[in-house]
Design a protein around this ligand. Structure first.
Ligand SMILES: [Zn+2]
Length: 200
């Protein structure tokens, strides 16, 4: 098993209420492995959370479909299931946390311009090393040593039209499959309209 540890003499790293070691166990259980992106994503979430007022109700937007969303779900109360985390996949390694009511918040991203001192991380992020040749333990050690130093952070305000409750509204039965769907979907569900689900 790959071990994550901070460099010699460095202060202990914590994620939420967990020690690094305990957090890595939780990540293994939830995500399958301590992936480099999961670890960087966890630093990103903490770095964003640290500048939000402590007592606000916040929501999250994740700009990639990989790793980062899982870090949000482990380290904040925002999940896709409770509607407080939305993945808008624009392909950027970034996420935003923002006040649910005012939309004011913060966006963080992994800044490739800050990776010159972290060659393993740079090679991983820019896919310069084939995965088979990647020294994952070394890479994870470097990510821990780098901490927040590779992360860019700026204030954002989420558009008011995006805020507020997202109710499903009334439901009816799809004319194609007969399953219940929101009326807003129309007479046919997305599945019956075709082109969306990969089932044969
Ligand atoms: Zn249908």
């Amino acid at each position: 098993m790959i071990v994550c540890r901070p460099p010699e003499g460095a202060p202990p790293v914590r994620f939420g209420r967990w020690s690094l070691e305990d957090y890595c166990d939780i990540v293994r259980n939830f995500h399958g492995s301590v992936a480099p992106g999961m670890l960087i994503g966890s630093f990103m979430v903490q770095h964003a959370r640290a500048v939000l007022p402590p007592d606000i109700l916040f929501e999250a937007i994740c700009e990639t479909r990989v790793c980062v969303a899982d870090a949000v779900q482990l380290l904040t109360p925002c999940t896709t299931g409770n509607g407080r985390l939305r993945v808008i996949n624009v392909g950027r390694y970034a996420l935003a946390l923002y006040d649910k009511f005012t939309g004011k918040g913060v966006r963080v991203h992994l800044d490739a311009g800050k990776l010159d001192d972290w060659p393993e991380t740079r090679s991983w992020f820019l896919k310069l090393t084939p995965k088979a040749e990647q020294d994952t333990e070394r890479l994870l050690g470097e990510i821990i040593a780098a901490g927040n130093t590779t992360i860019g952070r700026r204030e954002i305000t989420v558009d008011p039209s995006f805020l507020g409750k997202r109710k499903l509204g009334p439901v009816h039965f799809c004319r194609g499959c007969g399953e219940s769907i929101p009326v807003a979907e129309g007479e046919l569900c997305g599945g019956c309209r075709g082109g969306v689900l990969p089932y044969r």
